[in-house]
Design a protein around this ligand. Sequence first.
Ligand SMILES: [Fe+2]
Ligand SMILES: [Fe+2]
Length: 180
Amino acid sequence: MNRATHNLENDHVFILKLTEVMEKMAERTEFDPVYVEEVIDLIRNFADGLHHAKEENLLFPLLVDKGFSNENGPVGVMLMEHVQGRQYVKEMTDGVRILKQGDFSAISKIREAMMGYAVLLQNHIGKENNVLFRMAENLMSAPEEERLFQDFRRIDNGNDTGVSSANYIDRVNKLAEIYF
Ligand SMILES: [Fe+2]
Ligand SMILES: [Fe+2]
C-alpha cells in the first residue's frame, strides 16, 4: 500500500536538512543575504507552501473529520506551530530588508530567527513523525490513504504550482553542499 504518511516523512528529510543548513549558516561569521533569501524562498515554497499545504489542506481536515479539534490537541498544536514558523520567516525577511539598507545590526536578528525556526521545525517534525502520523495511519481507511497519497503525488509533480518537489529538493541539496 502507498502510505501517504511516508510521502510526508520524505519531505521531512529535506526540511530537516534545510534546518541544519540554517544552523550552520547562522553560526558562520561571514553572512551572505543571498543565501538567506534562498532559505526563505525554500521555506515559503517548499516547507510551508508545498509540504504544509499537504498537511493543512488535506491530512489535517481528514483528521478533523474523524473527530480531532482544529484548535487544540495534536492537530491544533501542529497548526499553531506552522503559524509560529511563519512568524520566524517574517523576522528573517524583515531582517534581510533592513540589512540591505546597510544596517548590520539586523544580522543578529536574522541569526536568532533562523535558529528559532530550525529548532521549532526539528521538534515539530519529531512530533509529526512519532505521534501524529502514527495516529493518522490507524485512523485512515486504505482507500482514504490511497486518495491522499495520489493527491500528494499530484502536488509533488507540480501540477498545482508548476514547480515539482524534486526541484526544491535539488535546491536544498545544493545549499547543503555549500554549508556542510
Ligand atoms: Fe507540520
Ligand atoms: Fe510536516
